[in-house]
Design a protein. Structure first.
Length: 239
């Protein structure tokens, strides 16, 4: 049996529970907004993500160049103080089980390729969210302080997402989620880029994930979660 088949599994959240989870995430997002600082600014070509490692590119790869519409470069950052576990420990914990940081009853990360208990280059996951936001991703970067996913065919978006942490002083950890994304097809571009629905779903998820990371450090949040969105129009992209 292949690794891909051996570690594939159905999402633990059924449709009804995931629909309920979407309502829970929305409620949490609304409660978290007073503790979130949001900024929208114009982007430029410097907002493009680094290219995929060539060894990991295949016919399932879905890069920013395969997307539609504007590019959205977003960062979600939170500072944690009085931590019990540093940046390296946080990233190691998340790499072993991404669900530890995810909002419960809303999203889960199901491994589809790779060995349980660790994360290596080329491993693959499927992110199960309230429909239609499920999507397959592949690990395209991995160090002691970060991991990065690239989207694969079938994902609603085209781009990358990086999770990283840094020790910024005694007992202080900065945790950041950085996203580079375009809509994966023309229908998604309407929902994501024009109506903004996908953007808000994405923001709700990653703000909650930042708060989950705070809990995993054993520390306390110092200030708001900072969200910055930089939009690069499609006609300015050279991808």
């Amino acid at each position: 049996m292949s690794l891909r088949r051996a570690f594939s599994r159905r999402p633990p959240l059924g449709r009804l529970r995931r629909g309920w989870g979407a309502l829970v995430m929305t409620a949490r997002h609304l409660r978290a907004l007073p503790n979130t600082r949001r900024q929208r600014v114009a982007g430029d070509v410097t907002d493009l993500a680094a290219p995929w490692p060539l060894a990991l590119v295949d016919d399932r790869t879905k890069t920013v160049a395969d997307g539609y519409g504007a590019l959205f470069h977003r960062t979600f950052t939170v500072r944690v103080v009085d931590v019990e576990h540093g940046a390296g420990d946080l990233i190691e914990t998340l790499s072993r089980d991404l669900d530890r940081g995810a909002p419960p009853h809303v999203v889960t990360f199901a491994r589809e390729r790779g060995e349980p208990g660790r994360m290596l280059l080329g491993d693959e996951y499927r992110v199960y969210m309230p429909a239609p936001w499920d999507g397959p991703v592949r690990v395209v970067a991995r160090t002691a302080y970060l991991f990065r996913f690239g989207t694969l065919a079938g994902h609603l978006e085209a781009g990358m997402i990086e999770f990283r942490a840094s020790d910024s002083g005694p007992g202080v950890v900065d945790f950041t989620i950085e996203v580079w994304s375009r809509a994966g097809d023309r229908a998604a571009e309407f929902l994501y880029g024009r109506l903004g629905v996908g953007q808000e779903v994405q923001a709700a998820l990653w703000v909650q994930f930042c708060l989950g990371a705070v809990r995993l450090t054993g520390g306390r949040r110092d200030g708001p979660v900072h969200e910055v969105t930089r939009r690069v129009p499609a006609d300015e992209l050279t991808v």
